[in-house]
Every structure is written in structure tokens, then in C-alpha cells.
Design a protein around this ligand. Structure first.
Ligand SMILES: [Cu+2]
Length: 207
């Protein structure tokens, strides 16, 4: 009976350790959002100097061309505001934009984490402009920085068009994470088997 309890305890510890590693490994690899202007659910009456998102770590702009990055402000009818240009500064991504009529707006963002992974999200806010605020017409397609519009593309397509370098970097990190986790699980299992064998041997010598 004591043996069964010992084996049970060893296997539970092994399982818990493996689960912790599986959950923790990818969790601290990505950047995550720490602040934004505006904040989710904010009611703006004045245009902010910048629309921006700040993350937990440096952003990865490998080619220096902003590939994989985007920040757009859209109203409820799908009109885009701003000129499509953006700035990458350490851990934050920002753009400037004048907005249109009062109503619900969404700020869409996409960026490349310090680990090479693309992350994205959206922040909803309300625009109730003061009388002195400029009102912009907006565009019916995402504006391209420098003029014209970008073709409407799926966010997944944008992520893969960031260039081979970044895709490779992301793949390498994935492989490394998998190896790390697999190695840790193997170690824990070996330890579990060792404890099991020692327990069995001890019980035999007790008899
Ligand atoms: Cu990641």
C-alpha cells in the first residue's frame, strides 16, 4: 500500500511539473499589451496626440521596414482614418489620425513580438468630439503610408508577408520551445521511473 502511494505521489509530481512547463513556456515568450491610447471603452472628446499601444518588451522590426506591423482606426461603417503611417518606438506602436463623425470606433493593431511572433488585437472606444475638433472624411480602404490605399487583406496574410527572416525566427523559437518542453518532460519521466524502481527494490529488500 505504501508503495502504491509513493508511486502515485511521484507520478502526480511528474504530471504537475510537465503541465507547468507546457503552460509557462509559451506564456512569457510573447510580448503582451500593457497600455493603449485610447484605453478600451474610453470616451474621447479631443483627438489624442497619438493612437498607440505599448507592450511588455521591445518590438522586433528586423528589416527596419515595419513589415508585420499595422495600426488602424476604423469607424462603425468601416471607414479608415489617419494616413496609414506609423511609428515603432522600443516597445510601442503609434499613429496619428483625425476622426470622423461621433460614434463607436475600433483601433486595430498588429505587431511583431521580441520573440518573432506576430500578435494583434483591437480596442473599442467612443468618439464624442468637442465643437472645435476637426472632422475627417476617412477612407473606405486602409490608407497606405505615402498615399493610396492598401488592398484589404486577411490579417493572417499580412502576418505571412512579413518576410522570410521573421517567419524563420518564429519557427526556430517554436522548435526550441518544443525541444525544451520535451526535454523537461523526458527528465521528469526518467526521475519518476527512477523513483519507481528504487521504491520497488526497497520493498523487495524489506520482504
Ligand atoms: Cu511568441
Amino acid at each position: 500500500m505504501r508503495r502504491i502511494i509513493r508511486i502515485g505521489a511521484a507520478l502526480s509530481a511528474a504530471t504537475i511539473a510537465a503541465l507547468v512547463l507546457l503552460v509557462a513556456a509559451p506564456a512569457y515568450a510573447h510580448n503582451y499589451l500593457v497600455a493603449s491610447t485610447p484605453e478600451e471603452g474610453a470616451i474621447l472628446t479631443q483627438l489624442p496626440e497619438e493612437f498607440s499601444v505599448s507592450t511588455s518588451d521591445t518590438l522586433l522590426d528586423l528589416a527596419g521596414d515595419g513589415g508585420g506591423f499595422a495600426i488602424q482606426v476604423v469607424d462603425a461603417s468601416g471607414n479608415y482614418f489617419g494616413d496609414g503611417c506609423f511609428t515603432i518606438r522600443d516597445d510601442s506602436l503609434s499613429t496619428t489620425a483625425a476622426l470622423g463623425n461621433a460614434g463607436e470606433y475600433t483601433m486595430l493593431w498588429q505587431l511583431v513580438s521580441s520573440d518573432g511572433h506576430t500578435i494583434s488585437g483591437e480596442i473599442g472606444f467612443e468618439w464624442q468630439p468637442d465643437a472645435d475638433q476637426p472632422i475627417s472624411e476617412g477612407f473606405d480602404a486602409p490608407p497606405a503610408c505615402g498615399g493610396g490605399t492598401l488592398e484589404q487583406t486577411d490579417p493572417d496574410d499580412q502576418a505571412t508577408s512579413t518576410g522570410d527572416g521573421q517567419t524563420d525566427a518564429a519557427t526556430t523559437v517554436d522548435a526550441a520551445t518544443v525541444l525544451l518542453v520535451a526535454g523537461a518532460i523526458a527528465l521528469v519521466l526518467i526521475a519518476g521511473v527512477a523513483i519507481f524502481l528504487i521504491t520497488v527494490r526497497r520493498n523487495r529488500s524489506d520482504q
